[in-house]
Design a protein around this ligand. Structure first.
Ligand code: IMO
Ligand code: MG
Length: 427
């Protein structure tokens, strides 16, 4: 059986962490394949409340092997801190492994992420400043340093000398910043290398072998489809392939091995950072959702922009990823609203669009066309069966399934594991 991918279907923060933590009980392996510590996956379970940035959300299950694949960029300081935090909560990390091919976030990536954002002025992307863009630039530019490089100290020093020379010229001449000192960076990263050595493996082989043994592998996506570097709202995106396709290159997994793709949708829309969001609510309804749902970035603490469900980008996301089913999260939140809107199309210069335009300038001019559905105005968080939901809530879910042309397998009605309605068996 199968490799199943859990993919963010909107602008990130859809609740992937909860879904992975929940499903991990039934699998042998959970793997991350893209992004880095820009991700912030909130998990609330009997071990405590956690914001996972790099370590797969399957780590709370003792028997599950967790892998950080080659497609992830790793900030060693964040990873080591996360390991310590888990240990502090008696969560074992002896089944955690990191790909020897994963690229490292280096100190200059962190500096450049901030400096580039400031240089963009009013055109800033609103990045998480975790060094993500600069690290993937170096990966593609063949200037990257990988975890495996830390295990070959002599070669690492020579490589770092070459790369740092170039980075220091950019830091000092373009940004008039202080240069970094080779020996300091080298010593620090050699130390990280020693601490991380027990975790570093050829994880591509581990995933392939697990599938050969007919084990179940859950792929934990990071960010969301609208943040994908190709299909997202470019340039207001992250630097990776966040979609199902990215899972294969980010792990060393054949596309033939992917058996299912679950798209995770929040039942309304949120976004952190800049860029168009046609259904954004700048009024008291948006504020009500934000406050009631505590919509703040798990990584940066920034308030999230909130709005109605956008079925135009939703359908685009479902089709481009080829979701086999969807997981709908935070349905309980909508219980505070008397009536609900769903955007089913956009209006742009007299035309009706059912697909999002690729240009952000055009997307920013799109006016959402809504249909309105009655709310249920009750607390549904104790409900565990679909048929026990109020009729209005069932109708809302059915309408989303219809618009996205995809069945819901999971409905989340609260942050804890048990606050879940399993509509069908997704694995
Ligand atoms: P999870 O995995 C929401 C956003 C940033 C910014 C843009 C680029 O928790 O869903 P980056 O630092 O990646 O260069 O920033 O992408 N972003 C996210 N938004 N959830 C995330 O991750 C995000 N990761 C990046 O806010 O708009
Ligand atoms: Mg998040």
């Amino acid at each position: 059986m199968p490799a199943i991918a859990i993919i963010g279907a909107q602008w990130g923060d859809e609740g992937k962490g909860k879904i992975v933590d929940l499903l991990a009980e039934k699998v042998n392996m959970v793997v991350r394949f893209s992004g880095g510590s820009n991700a912030g996956h909130t998990v609330v379970n009997p071990c405590g409340e956690f914001r996972m940035h790099l370590i797969p959300s399957g780590i709370f299950h003792r028997e599950v092997t967790c892998i950080i694949g080659n497609g992830v960029v790793i900030d060693p300081a964040v990873l080591l801190e996360e390991i310590e935090e888990l240990k502090g909560h008696d969560v074992a990390v002896d089944r955690l492994f990191v790909s020897d091919r994963a690229h490292l976030i280096m100190p200059y990536h962190l500096l450049l992420d901030g400096l580039e954002e400031e240089a963009r002025g009013s055109g800033a992307l609103g990045t998480t400043r975790r060094g993500i863009g600069p690290a993937y630039m170096d990966k593609a530019g063949r200037l990257g340093i990988r975890t495996g490089d830390l295990l070959e100290k002599g070669a690492f020093l020579e490589r770092l000398r070459l790369v740092l020379d170039q980075k220091n010229r950019i830091l000092t001449r373009v940004y008039e910043a202080q240069p970094l000192v080779l020996e300091e960076v080298y010593e620090k990263y050699c130390h990280y290398g020693e601490l991380l050595a027990p975790f570093i493996r050829e994880t591509d082989l581990m995933v392939q072998e697990a599938l050969e043994r007919k084990e179940k592998v859950l792929l934990e996506g990071a960010q969301g489809t609208l943040l994908d570097v190709d299909f997202g709202t470019y340039p207001y995106v992250t630097s990776t392939s966040t979609m199902a396709g990215g899972a294969c290159s980010g792990l060393g997994l054949s596309p033939m091995k992917l058996d299912g793709i679950i798209g995770v949708f929040k039942v309304y829309t949120t976004r952190v950072g800049s860029g168009p969001m046609p259904t954004e609510l700048l009024d008291e309804t948006g504020e009500l959702i934000r406050e009631h749902a505590h919509e703040r970035g798990a990584t940066t603490g920034r308030p999230r922009r909130c709005g109605w469900f956008d079925a135009v980008v939703g359908r685009f996301s479902a089709r481009t990823n080829g979701f086999s089913s969807i997981a709908l999260t935070r349905l309980d939140i909508l219980g505070v609203l008397p009536s609900l809107k769903i955007c089913t199309a956009y209006r742009l210069e007299g035309k009706t669009l059912i697909n999002p335009p690729s240009s952000v300038a055009m997307l920013a001019r799109c006016e959402p066309l809504y249909e309105e559905l009655p709310g249920w105005q009750t607390d549904i968080s104790p409900i565990r069966r679909f048929k026990d939901l109020p009729r209005e809530a069932r109708n809302y879910v059915k309408r989303l399934e219809e618009l996205l042309d995809c069945p819901a397998s999971i409905i989340s009605v609260g942050e804890r594991r048990e606050q879940t309605i399993m509509v069908s068996e997704p694995l």
